[in-house]
Design a binder for this molecule. Structure first.
Ligand code: TMP
Length: 208
C-alpha cells in the first residue's frame, strides 16, 4: 500500500451511535502498546462544530458542506498534516467520507461537488485505511440519542430515512474504494469489534 506521508492516516466512518469513538480509543491504546505514536482527533472540530451539530438550523446544503470543509481545512493545517509529517499515526473520528455520505448523498448536494471541494482542501491526501462502522440505523440512533452529549442532536433528528440514506452511502463508498475502506460489522460486542479492527489494521498496515 502506498503511504500518504511518513505517518499513517486512519479514519473511522459510519452512522450515528456505531461506536466509532470507543473503537478509536481502543485502537489508539493498542497501537501505543506497540510503541507507536498516536494522535486521536475528530471532525467536525474547532469552533465550527457547534454551528453544525447543535440547534435545528436549516442550512443550504452547499453552505453546510462549506462549513464542514472549512473546519477540515483548519484541522488539516493545524493537526493532521503536522502530525503525519512527524511520523505519527493519526486516528480521526470521521473525515471526508462523512461529507460525501451526509451532504453529498443524504442532503443531495451530489458527488461531483463534494469531490471538487475535497481536492481543493485535501489535495491528494487520502486515508491509508478507512474503517466503515456499519450497524442498523434504528440501533445506532437509539444509542446516540440516549447519550445526548451537549445537545449535539441536529443530525440525529434528521429522521430515519435520512440515516438509511447515510448508511447506504457509506456502504457504496466502501464498495467503490475497497483498497482503502473496510466495512466492520459494528453491531457486536465492543471487544469483538475491536478484535476485528485490530486484525484489519495488522493485515492492511503491517503492525503487531
Ligand atoms: P459525531 O457525532 O460523530 O461527532 O459527528 C457529528 C455529526 O456531524 C454527525 O451527525 C455527522 C455529521 N457530519 C456531517 O454531516 N458531515 C461531515 O463532513 C462530518 C465530519 C460530520
Amino acid at each position: 500500500m502506498t503511504k500518504t506521508s511518513r505517518g499513517t492516516f486512519v479514519t473511522f466512518e459510519g452512522g450515528e451511535g456505531a461506536g466509532k469513538s470507543t473503537q478509536l480509543g481502543l485502537l489508539a491504546a493498542r497501537l501505543k502498546t506497540h510503541g507507536i505514536g498516536v494522535v486521536e482527533t475528530r471532525e467536525p472540530n474547532g469552533p465550527i462544530r457547534n454551528l453544525l451539530v447543535q440547534g435545528d438550523r436549516n442550512w443550504a446544503p452547499l453552505a453546510e458542506t462549506l462549513l464542514h470543509f472549512a473546519a477540515r481545512a483548519e484541522h488539516l493545517a493545524e493537526t493532521i498534516l503536522p502530525s503525519l509529517g512527524e511520523g505519527s499515526w493519526v486516528l480521526c473520528d470521521r473525515f471526508a467520507d462523512s461529507t460525501m455520505a451526509y451532504q453529498g448523498y443524504a442532503q443531495e448536494l451530489g458527488r461531483p461537488t463534494v469531490e471538487k471541494l475535497y481536492r481543493m482542501v485535501a489535495g491528494r491526501l487520502k486515508p491509508d485505511l478507512t474503517l466503515v462502522m456499519d450497524m442498523p440505523v434504528g440501533v445506532g440512533l437509539d444509542r446516540s440519542l440516549r447519550r445526548h452529549v451537549n445537545h449535539e442532536t441536529r443530525y440525529e433528528l434528521m429522521g430515519r430515512q435520512f440515516h438509511e440514506t447515510v448508511r447506504a452511502a457509506f456502504l457504496e463508498i466502501a464498495a467503490r474504494e475497497p483498497q482503502r475502506c473496510v466495512v466492520i460489522d459494528a453491531n457486536r460486542p465492543v471487544e469483538t469489534v475491536h478484535e476485528a479492527i485490530w486484525a484489519t489494521v495488522k493485515e492492511r498496515l503491517k503492525v503487531g
